[in-house]
Design a protein around this ligand. Structure first.
Ligand code: S3P
Length: 198
């Protein structure tokens, strides 16, 4: 976004990818967007868990975060390689890896679900499946949010205030996808970069 990257025109150029912090609503929003668009939905953490037969927390505990990130990069790449336009909920940490960011800017429409840290803290309260939040969730969310902000900005075509009601967030994304379909039909897929709205 900051580099004004238009959507690419490769085989995966029309995916809708949701990025953002833990608790930003990527899975919930993504399922709804996929249902409205009639597209398949993929959630990177769910695929990792199904494939390995272990939870994300178990992988972190047994093999450590770097091993998890390697699996995550493989799974994200596979999701983005899918020939069929897909709605993808990409786990919060995918932007840490430069290769993932490079793939994301070519992926189609990348939406950053932005949520204030205080709201994230409320949303993840009681969750036991996020190993990074086992100790001091509020402090960790604040630190990670700040550290990752530039990375989400780098890959996103659109940032949305995802603390707004779910229906509104979903309809903003659907509107953007429809606008892009019209634009691509009239100007080709490498038209002007998207505006950023919040
Ligand atoms: C992580 C996000 C989690 C999960 C893991 C690490 C992160 O996914 O992959 O706990 O580093 O932000 P969600 O963003 O789906 O919660």
């Amino acid at each position: 976004m900051s580099d004004a990257q238009p959507a690419g025109d490769g085989p995966s150029a029309h995916h809708v990818v949701l990025v953002g912090m833990m608790g930003s609503g990527k899975t919930t929003v993504g399922r709804r967007v996929a249902a409205v668009l009639g597209r398949p939905f993929a959630d990177s953490d769910e695929i990792i868990e199904a494939r390995t037969g272990r939870s994300v927390a178990e992988i972190f505990a047994a093999e450590g975060e770097p091993a998890f990130r390697t699996i995550e990069t493989d799974v994200l790449g596979e999701c983005l390689d899918a020939p069929e336009p897909t709605v993808i909920a990409a786990a919060g940490g995918v932007v840490l890896e430069a290769e993932n960011r490079r793939r994301l800017v070519e992926a189609g429409t990348v939406v950053w679900l932005k949520v204030p840290v205080g709201t994230l803290v409320v949303r993840v309260a009681g969750s036991t499946h996020r190993p990074l939040l086992e100790d001091d969730p509020a402090g960790t969310l604040a630190t990670l949010s700040e550290a990752r902000e530039a990375l989400y900005l780098e890959v996103a075509d659109l940032s949305l205030d995802a603390s707004q009601p779910l229906d509104h967030v979903v309809s903003c994304i659907i509107d953007l996808v429809h606008q892009r379909q019209v634009r691509d039909a009239t100007e080709g897929p490498s038209g002007s970069p998207e505006e950023v709205v919040s």
